[in-house]
Structure formats: C-alpha cells, structure tokens
Write a protein that binds this ligand. Sequence first.
Ligand SMILES: [Zn+2]
Length: 180
Amino acid sequence: MVDAQRTLREQQISAQAAGFHNQANWMQARMEQDTTHMANAAEAIMNLATATVGDRQVVDSLTATIANLTAQLQQKDTLIATLQQQVASNREGGGRGSGARGGGRGGGRGRGGATTTTTTTTDATPRTLYYCWSHGYSYNPAHRSDNCTDKKAHHKVDATVTANMGGEQYRRPRGHITTS
Ligand SMILES: [Zn+2]
C-alpha cells in the first residue's frame, strides 16, 4: 500500500515535471516569439522615428521654401505696385512724351538712312575711281580709257575721272568725285 502510494506519487511528480517541462518549453518558445515581435516592433518604431525625422526635415525645408517664396511674392507685389504707379503716371502726362519719343525715333531713322547712303557713296573704304570714255566709271583699274578692250568709235584714250572729254557717264558716283 505504501509502495503503491509512493509509485503513484512518483508518477504524479513525473507527470507534473513533464507538465512543467512542456510549460517551460512553451514559455521559452513564447518568449522567443515575443523577442522577435519586440525586435520587429522596435525596428518599426525606429523606422517610424527615422521617417518622422525625415518628414520633419522635409517639412522644415518646405517651410523655408514657402517663406522664401512668400518673400519673393511680396517683392513682386511691391515691384508690380511700383510699375503700376509708373504706368499710371506715364498715362497721365505721357501722351506728349511718347509722341515726342516716336518723332525722335522716326527722325533718327530718316537721318540714319541718309547717312548710310552717303557713307556708301562717298566715304566707303577709300577706293580709287577709274574712268573709261566708252563705258563710264568703275573701281576696276583694268578698265580705264587707256586700257579699255572694247573701245567705241571716237574713244578718247586720255579721258579721266576729272576730265571726261564728253565720254560715257554710266555709274558716275553721286556727290564729290575723288581722284587719285
Ligand atoms: Zn571701256
């Protein structure tokens, strides 16, 4: 009877030990799982923190950009207001002003055109003018009265730029004739 009770007791203890052992195993597994979960959670939190820092930097940057843009907009507003005032004042007394300006430009153009023409005619790069009694004026030294290769009837070999001797006036330059 005592033996039987002892055996039973041993079996109970053994079972309990086995139970503890299982429980220990389960708890260990659970702890490992939790550790993994915790590690994952920690990583997630760190990521979140990084993201927050990044977001904050982005937000800071955006804030600075917005501040700059706002300042620029204010400058533009000021500029626009100034320009509007100038436009308004130009409209008030500007009719005559712009008319005068237009006239000035027109005159300038006219004079410019005349000057250009004169320049071309008289003082372009100093070129020597030559004369052929049969064919007129040119800047070609190979075509003069004395060396013309196609002389007309009564050709005057001695005719020059300053002494045409009644010869051809083709391409006679306007204005003063420069001689050499
Ligand atoms: Zn000739």
